[in-house]
Write a protein that binds this ligand. Structure first.
Ligand code: GDG
Length: 526
């Protein structure tokens, strides 16, 4: 196999010659990660060749220790349609690509994942499309991921499946390989039953997820919503975070299940743990970037370039309708109209990184947001001061950290968000214990970040008042709040998150998950 070094946090580009590093078909692994995307991007060379570049993120950082061990492998789509690739390796991480055709990208990914499940799971902020051919494709592609993972997994291996694109994989894996220990983590919310029950395939998805031994959610409320769906749709009993799934005693694999017990009616059941494991970030890495003199200088430069305003407000989001960008623009626009703020004193920097641009709803959203930004700037900017600095780009992480450092007020106004890592990144970078975080109650992060100024983004008057409060907040209060937030984010980082999930899975392998309690994480619901 290739022996290139992967330096995931510096964005270094590494060549890999995957054609020369085939994976022996017989090779199997004790630990398997399955996610829609592999953590790599393909970049074209000037000479017509191509290279793989790691696309580092919190998940890669969290799972790196598990993946770097000899026995780990990552199964996923490399992000390009119709590419048949052999397994390859980058810096000690083995990757097994799953091929998707252009049609499958349209139906499984852009269709069922991003235009059915995404809006449904985010409280139908946008109307979900229910298309039977998309569902058929979702089943077919999930089966391909499951088959690939099953072929890669050694006997008794731990397989950790990620996110809403792959909710059928746990059951498919269990059916094929009852010896495996299977975990699933849902990065986005799981909706209340009244919403979830719209889904024509609601029963199959619940059955798919219940193939796992441990199902992780961001919030206590999400886990509760899932347990309710299991009760309502399947009639299964639940005890706290345990769901009891009856075992078919005629099934020849019935004897291979772990943690089997009798329910209160005396039936044989396997128990599934469904509870919250709030995800986090590599807080130390953000803190280290924030301490770099060149990045601090860049933050000062950004302020100068913006005309040295008294206050910089910042929003950083994928351009997605769940993030409440329109609500925040409306609140800010009204503050300008009412002359409660002046563009001479305040600037709003909005980074809206391009996202899902082939999905029609996202194209419309971009038009709406850019129309609003144009109107506000047209009405309130002056020759020397622009009311909103709007940036439809992706930036390197160093630039993001400089922006966080420059921002006096961070606006996280999501209408629904599994967690929202941006909120945690802002806190981790504020090594000066300064800055105000306005945080939506509808983001999972609000369960943990109680010292933020919590807001309801639908309440525009409330949002305006919170923005004014943030602009005027005394330094002592800013510092008191930020210290408490930092303590939380630095303690509960992404390494701790993956460790606690994997411990729950390993305990499962030993048959004792019924006794587990959420370790140190919040049990409070909002
Ligand atoms: C899903 C769930 C959950 C954004 N623009 C740039 C950039 N980013 C980075 C941020 C942050 C990440 O992307 C976005 O994470 P979020 O958590 O805010 O939101 P989603 O993308 O919707 O993520 C979410 C998450 O999964 C994890 O479970 O928290 O609720 O929806 O890290 O910094 N990074 C760079 N340039 C950009 O322009 N480098």
């Amino acid at each position: 196999m290739a022996t290139t070094t992967w330096a995931p946090r510096n964005g270094h580009i590494i060549s890999t010659n995957h054609a020369n590093s085939p994976q022996p078909a017989a090779e199997t692994f004790d630990r398997v990660i399955v996610s829609n995307r592999l953590p790599v991007d393909r970049v074209q060379d000037d000479d017509g060749g191509s290279r793989w570049r790691p696309s580092p993120g919190g998940l890669v950082a969290a799972l790196e220790p598990m993946m770097r061990a000899d026995d780990g492998v990552w199964v996923g789509w490399p992000g390009i349609a119709d590419e048949e690739l052999e397994p390859f390796e980058i810096g000690g991480i083995d990757l097994i690509p799953v091929t998707l055709s252009e049609q499958e990208v349209m139906e499984y990914y852009e269709g069922f994942s991003n235009d059915t499940l995404w809006p449904l799971y985010h409280d139908v902020i946008a109307p979900p499309s229910y298309r039977r051919e998309w569902w058929d494709c979702y089943v077919k592609v999930n089966q391909r991921f499951a088959d690939t993972a099953a072929a890669a997994a050694a006997h008794g291996a731990v397989v950790w499946v990620h996110d809403y694109q792959l909710q059928l994989v746990p059951k498919m894996l269990r059916d094929a390989r009852p010896d495996l220990v299977i975990g699933f983590f849902n990065h986005i919310p799981f909706p209340p039953y009244g919403i979830y029950s719209q889904l024509p395939w609601r029963r199959q998805i619940v059955e798919g997820l219940l193939g796992a031994d441990v199902i992780g959610f961001q919030r206590l409320a999400d886990a509760g919503n899932f347990s309710r769906a299991a009760r309502r749709l399947k009639g299964y009993d639940t005890r706290g975070s345990i769901i009891e799934v009856p075992i078919d005693v005629d099934d020849p694999d019935a004897g291979s299940h772990r943690h089997v017990t009798h329910n209160r009616r005396g039936e044989l059941v396997r128990t599934v743990l469904a509870r919250q494991f709030p995800i986090s970030i590599d807080a130390q890495a953000y803190q280290e970037l924030a301490r770099r003199p060149d990045i601090q200088e860049r933050a000062r430069q950004i302020r100068r370039d913006l005309g040295d305003p008294k206050t910089i407000m910042l929003g950083v989001d994928r351009l997605d309708y769940t993030k409440g960008i329109g609500h925040r623009l409306q609140a800010y626009g009204e503050l300008l109209a009412e002359q409660r703020v002046s563009p001479e004193d305040v600037v709003l920097v909005q980074v809206a990184s391009p996202s899902r641009e082939r999905v029609e709803t996202y194209r419309q959203l971009r038009d709406e947001i850019e129309l609003t930004v144009g109107r506000i700037n047209g009405d309130y900017s002056t020759i020397s001061h622009t009311a909103i600095s709007y940036l439809h780009h992706g930036y390197p992480r160093e630039e993001m950290v400089a922006l966080y450092l420059a921002a006096d007020v961070m606006l996280v106004t999501a209408l629904r968000d599994g967690m929202n890592l941006v909120a945690k990144e802002y806190v981790a970078t504020r090594v000066d214990n300064d800055g105000v975080l306005l945080l939506s109650e509808f983001a999972g992060a609000s369960d943990e970040l109680r010292q933020a100024r919590l807001i309801n983004p639908h309440d525009i008057e409330g949002l305006k008042d919170a923005m004014m409060e943030a602009l005027e907040m005394p330094q002592s209060e800013r510092s008191r709040r930020m210290r408490a937030l930092r303590k939380r984010v630095l303690t509960y980082d992404v390494a701790r998150w993956s460790k606690s999930f994997l411990e729950a899975l390993v305990n499962t392998a030993h048959g004792d998950h019924a006794e587990q309690k959420p370790a140190g994480h919040l049990t409070r619901e909002r």
